[in-house]
Design a protein around this ligand. Structure first.
Ligand SMILES: O=C(CO)COP(=O)(O)O
Length: 254
């Protein structure tokens, strides 16, 4: 199948220029498996993107945390996909639950963003995930399927999409999904892709897990057959992010 392990670091709205320098220095000095084994992508806030890109080792890449839904123009405060491409930023995170919840980004809007970013040549880390209430009411699979469908409705080529399953109840809470819980949803998402986007898309699309991943719990999660990597928040600001990148070696096929 050849799904290369993917480890993303979402720095969210954190960091000073001094802290950013420190994190990048730690990353640059770290020993990690080769680019053939793990794809490492860090996502600083917009204002630090060119700085991080200029300092960062060449085997690691950068991602923006969001971009505007269509072509740039009179949209005060927004950053367009074209600008990211112009800066040489290859990736963008879209549909993060914090934006869905705090900025009212609906499924359809996220689908439009993914389609537009792809059309401009960006690669997309597209986030899906259920709230605690949704999990407790038994609607987890329906929720993540609807979020994925909103993307699939607008996109036919999945080659440049990484799907991030991030249960909202696990984000920033220290309450990581168990390996079985993560595997169950990743399996369902892959099945959904199989049934709705085709066997090839299902076999080749990386589905990564996010939500309280750290250096201690990453290996067991990485060992799950449908977990193809991680999207890391809090721990991506710390040296243990390197341990998470190293968990790529857990996969038997590498
Ligand atoms: O939201 C996340 C990554 O996008 C996960 O955040 P935490 O790792 O801090 O739980």
């Amino acid at each position: 199948m050849g799904r290369k392990f993917f480890v993303g670091g979402n720095w969210k709205c954190n960091g000073t220029i001094e802290e950013v320098k420190k994190i990048v220095t730690t990353l640059n000095e770290a020993e990690v498996p080769s680019e053939d084994v793990v794809e490492v992508v860090v996502s600083p806030p917009f204002v630090f993107l060119p700085f991080v890109k200029s300092l960062l080792r060449s085997d690691f890449q950068v991602a923006a945390q969001n971009c505007w839904v269509r072509k740039g123009g009179a949209f005060t405060g927004e950053i367009s996909a074209e600008m990211l491409v112009n800066l040489g930023v290859p990736w963008v995170i879209l549909g993060h639950s914090e934006r869905r919840a705090l900025l009212n980004e609906a499924n359809e809007f996220v689908g439009d963003k993914v389609a537009y970013a792809l059309s401009q040549g960006l690669k997309v880390i597209a986030c899906v995930g259920e709230t605690l209430e949704q999990r407790e009411s038994g609607s987890t699979v329906a929720v993540v399927a609807a979020q994925t469908k909103a993307i699939a409705d607008k996109v036919s080529n999945w080659a440049h999409i990484v799907l991030a399953y991030e249960p909202v109840w696990a984000i920033g809470t220290g309450k990581v999904a168990t390996p079985a819980q993560a595997q169950e949803v990743h399996f369902e998402l892959r099945k959904w892709l199989h049934d709705n986007a085709g066997a090839e898309v299902a076999a080749s699309t990386r589905i990564i897990y996010g939500g309280s991943v750290n250096g201690a719990n990453c290996k067991e999660l990485a060992a799950q057959p449908d977990v193809d990597g991680f999207l890391v928040g809090g721990a991506s600001l710390k040296p243990e992010f390197i341990d998470i990148a190293k968990s790529a070696t857990v996969k038997k096929n590498v």
